[in-house]
Design a protein around this ligand. Structure first.
Ligand code: AP5
Length: 215
């Protein structure tokens, strides 16, 4: 199944996508992670994306669509994938439908995780991310077992370069202006399930599973 996980920055898309991937045995495909990997590699795509990401604005559609198309063609995505942070514009959603249709596939479900703005800011300012494998922690709610070290790969954890108050405000504005219309795109086609993203991570996971069982 191709599952699209949507929600504002800090809503818990990455956290829940990782759990769903383990539970459903299909890969988590995060455009944010793919772009951060491209930056670490020093590739042209990474260099082109850096300024947009640090400012909290969207990387141009053509760059992200090419990345996702290449990723979905890989063998591990044949049984399905959990798309985390893609699509983020209506143009990306239309292109995704076209690309899947060419391979006789389709989006199976769209889950939108909803969290209010104050909680989003608190979550993002407390987030720690592994620079090596991308695992996500939180200083208070989910700290790594050893301070400064990733539980998964023992890499160093730190705040992302776009996890500061200015960039967060821009990311929230970008979400409202460019990504919220994607909810109408899927809602109109009857493919959207909205899930309350507040409360514990286990509670949110259960709500997503309930939503998927009726999708
Ligand atoms: P991306 O990496 O996708 O960032 P984002 O959408 O802003 O989302 P986040 O990663 O900030 O949050 P999340 O919802 O995954 O939350 P998380 O699980 O980490 O994109 C970064 C940038 O790349 C964009 O700004 C853009 O420039 C570019 N980009 C990416 N995709 C693009 C696209 N399609 N088109 C164009 N440009 C694109 O959780 C956050 C924190 O909260 C963590 O610390 C976590 O531990 C904690 N937490 C999670 N759940 C809970 C809970 N239930 N209770 C308490 N704390 C929780």
């Amino acid at each position: 199944m191709i599952l699209v996980l949507m929600g504002p920055p800090g809503a818990g898309k990455g956290t829940q996508a990782a759990r769903l991937a383990a539970d459903m045995s299909i890969p988590q495909v995060s455009t944010g992670d793919l772009l951060r990997e491209a930056r670490r590699d020093g590739s042209d795509i990474g260099k082109r994306a850096a300024g947009y990401m640090d400012a909290g604005t969207l990387v141009p559609d053509d760059v992200v669509i090419a990345l996702i198309e290449r990723r979905l063609e890989q063998g591990d995505c044949k049984p399905g994938a959990i798309l985390d942070g893609f699509p983020r514009t209506v143009a990306q959603a239309v292109q995704l439908d076209d690309m899947l249709e060419r391979g006789q596939r389709q989006v199976g479900a769209v889950i939108s995780i909803m969290v209010n703005e104050d909680e989003i800011v608190e979550r993002i300012l407390g987030r720690l991310t592994c620079g090596q494998c991308g695992a996500v922690f939180h200083r208070l709610i989910k700290p790594p077992a050893v301070a400064g070290q990733c539980d998964v790969c023992e890499g160093g954890v730190s705040s992302r370069s776009d996890d500061n108050e200015d960039a967060i405000r821009t990311r929230l504005q970008t979400y409202t202006n460019q990504t919220a219309p994607v909810l109408d795109y899927y809602g109109g086609a009857g493919r959207l399930e909205k899930v309350d993203g507040t409360g514990g991570m286990d509670d949110v996971f259960e709500r997503i599973q309930d939503a998927l069982s009726v999708a």
